[in-house]
Design a protein around this ligand. Structure first.
Ligand code: DGL
Length: 269
């Protein structure tokens, strides 16, 4: 299974994958922090949502995406998906030498900031039921109450470019959190930062919304630096965005979220 590419240099691209469009929220933070880096983004929208799939299926999709990015010469892989990270990153790290950066619900950061010690966590079923999330959150359960809610249906709406139709679902999902007097809401799915403007309309101003995008970008920079792999010359090629589903939806979404550079392509993977 191990397919490590020996021709990696600091000019090699950063690989990023997600079940679809959500990881673009992470891509934006990566690009803001590391503008000289070449990137290859995979939107595995054909298989979205991962959050409703079995652990084994999520591992298989993650392996497929990883092998594709390694074949394209990526020097590091950012698993820009909480569901894939919490279910598959261990297997990926065991089988490939390329460094992996994952994304997990930022419950530690929420626990450090919370005064009510009631924290809302909105994430997929796959993330909330994962061993990694259960063991990480158990370290805080003595001092914090987590109000965990599965955001069923939200990813599909975002994937279909129907962000404006998420308000009713969000209102239902946020309601138990508001009733419990949370003061922090953790967005445990990389698709959800695109919903922040709608979430803000539904919650009181004092509630903090936490996502992990900036932390992932910083961690990617640190790990590249540790491996001597930070791009040291201005980049010579563009960023690439691949989808294995609807090219038009990806193009429209990129415009909507103001990503205006890069090659947007359909490919089977
Ligand atoms: N964006 C992903 C996450 O961070 C996956 C959502 C899904 O495909 O269900 O969990």
């Amino acid at each position: 299974m191990n397919q490590n590419n020996l021709n990696i240099t600091s000019q090699s691209p950063i690989g990023v994958f997600d079940s679809g469009l959500g990881g673009l929220s992470i891509w934006k933070e990566l690009h803001a922090l590391l503008p000289n880096e070449r990137t290859i983004y995979l939107a595995d929208s054909k298989n979205a949502p991962y959050g409703e799939k079995s652990k084994q299926e999520i591992i298989e999709f993650s392996i497929k995406n990883t092998e594709y990015l390694i074949a394209k010469g990526c020097k590091i892989i950012v698993v820009a998906c909480n569901t894939a990270t919490t279910n598959a990153i261990k297997v990926l790290r065991e089988n490939y030498d390329v460094p992996f950066i994952g994304i997990e619900p930022a419950i530690k950061s929420a626990a450090l900031q919370s005064k009510t010690h009631k924290i809302g966590v909105l994430a997929t079923k796959g993330t909330l039921s994962s061993e990694l999330f259960i063991s990480t959150s158990s370290q805080f359960r003595d001092s914090q109450d987590f109000i965990e809610v599965v955001g069923k249906g939200l990813v599909q709406l975002i994937e279909e470019g129907r962000i404006n139709e998420t308000e009713e679902l969000l209102s239902n999902y946020l309601s138990p959190m508001l009733k419990a007097d949370v003061d922090n809401i953790v967005l445990g799915c990389s698709h959800y930062p695109f919903l922040i403007p709608i979430i803000k309309k539904l919650i009181p101003e004092h509630i903090n919304i936490i996502d992990s995008g900036i932390a992932v970008a910083k961690q990617t920079k640190n790990i590249l630096d540790q491996h001597g792999l930070l791009a040291n010359q201005p980049k010579t090629t563009e960023n690439y965005f691949y989808t294995n589903a609807n090219l038009l939806v990806l193009k429209q979404f990129l415009t909507q979220i103001e990503i205006t550079e890069g090659n947007v392509l359909f490919e089977e993977f």
